[in-house]
Design a protein around this ligand. Structure first.
Ligand code: SF4
Length: 369
């Protein structure tokens, strides 16, 4: 059990200098210039796994296209995924879309004010619900995202793995106890900013930190060693193949299932190959795939490009083949034939987007494929 009591003295040492720092040095971000819960919700979701600088252009484009919860709810999922393309973690976009539909059907297209209703929405966990309610609705709910967790682990010099259940529970308690009853919204944004700009993961800028004098990790010289991280697991590597099957100027693509990895995105047909496959057996697997799925007897394919991609839980080498055919095979959903110039209208995953870019560049250079 962690013993550090969070009393008024601790709150004074932490909260007051943090708020003072935020009021003079906090970041000026577009979602801080509005009290529209939709904008605040969108920013919270985008920032879950993405840095501010990357999220900003997406945030603006998203709101230009879907300016209201109603507009998002009535949009086609594919259009939402297309706008999200390149931001990764596509479940966030699907959940936003689904949650918008729930808000329209059950809450008159408004973000509710009760914690239970907000946390019940798809894609919203305890921390995100707390941030939305505190920032948009002026409530007072703690958060514990990665930035806040890191700041607290250092400020209190927690020398235990923050993923341990009891440590996690204490950090939530701590986050709640530190929140001022007034100005909770500014406090949350201040601690998020501190974690994102000063108390950063590898080299915290302690000399710029408003709570340096009271920080236990700083006093003990542990600031770069905390929070404790579990040893990283070896990330597995898999080989995949994909085929660019083309007839005249049309290309065959396939939509991924609506559940699971990269759900609902489009891709060039293919699959994972057995481990340690040599190039020859990848080609054989490729031919078998097109024979079994599309009834193509002869597959005169040639290597087109090789793409390396890193997912959160595995690395992928994608072997892409180009494959001309004289006539179109019948494409039944999830397969579809599309003209090359309209490929970029569909949402693709980052790896397959590289194939789209290559095809588009070749076309712009006047090459057939
Ligand atoms: S003093 Fe350093 S380690 Fe402590 S909270 Fe500030 S930036 Fe983080």
């Amino acid at each position: 059990m962690i013993k550090n009591p969070i009393d008024a003295a601790v709150r004074r040492r932490f909260t007051a200098p943090l708020l003072e720092w935020y009021h003079s040095l906090g970041r000026d971000l577009p979602w801080r210039r509005t009290d529209d819960p939709y904008c605040i919700w969108l920013s919270e979701i985008m920032l879950q796994q993405t840095q501010v600088v990357t999220a900003l252009p997406y945030y603006h484009r998203f709101l230009e296209t879907f300016p209201t919860i109603k507009a998002l709810a009535s949009a086609d999922l594919e259009a939402v995924l297309k706008l999200w393309q390149g931001l990764g973690y596509y479940a966030r976009a699907r959940h936003l879309h689904r949650a918008a539909q729930i808000l329209v059907s059950q809450f008159s297209a408004k973000m509710p004010e009760s914690f239970e209703s907000v946390i019940a929405l798809p894609g919203i966990g305890r921390s995100t619900a707390g941030a939305i309610l505190t920032i948009a609705h002026g409530k007072c709910h703690p958060i514990l995202d990665g930035n806040v967790r890191r700041v607290l682990c250092r400020f209190f010099a927690i020398e235990r793995d923050p993923r341990e259940k009891s440590v996690d529970a204490w950090l939530w308690h701590c986050s709640e106890m530190l929140m001022p009853k007034h100005n909770a919204s500014h406090y949350l944004q201040a601690i998020m900013d501190l974690g994102a700009t000063v108390c950063v993961p590898k080299q915290p800028s302690c000399t710029r930190c408003p709570v340096e004098k009271s920080c236990a990790a700083r006093k003990k010289g542990l600031e770069t060693l905390l929070p404790i991280r579990a040893p990283s697991k070896k990330v597995p590597h898999y080989d995949y193949f994909a085929g660019v099957l083309c007839v005249d100027n049309a290309v065959l693509i396939r939509r991924r299932p609506l559940k699971g990895l990269l759900a609902g995105l489009w891709e060039f047909p293919g699959e994972r190959v057995a481990e340690n496959s040599k190039q020859g057996s990848i080609v054989l697997a490729y031919e078998r795939f097109f024979r079994e799925h599309l009834g193509l007897d002869t597959c005169e394919c040639k290597p087109y490009m090789t793409i390396q991609h890193v997912f959160t839980h595995f690395k992928m080498t994608l072997h892409v083949f180009l494959h001309h055919s004289k006539k179109r095979v019948e494409a039944v959903f999830p397969f579809d034939w599309v003209e090359r110039e309209t490929l970029s209208e569909r949402p693709f995953s980052s790896a397959h987007q590289k194939i789209v870019l290559q095809l588009t560049q070749k076309q712009n250079q006047g090459e057939l494929f």
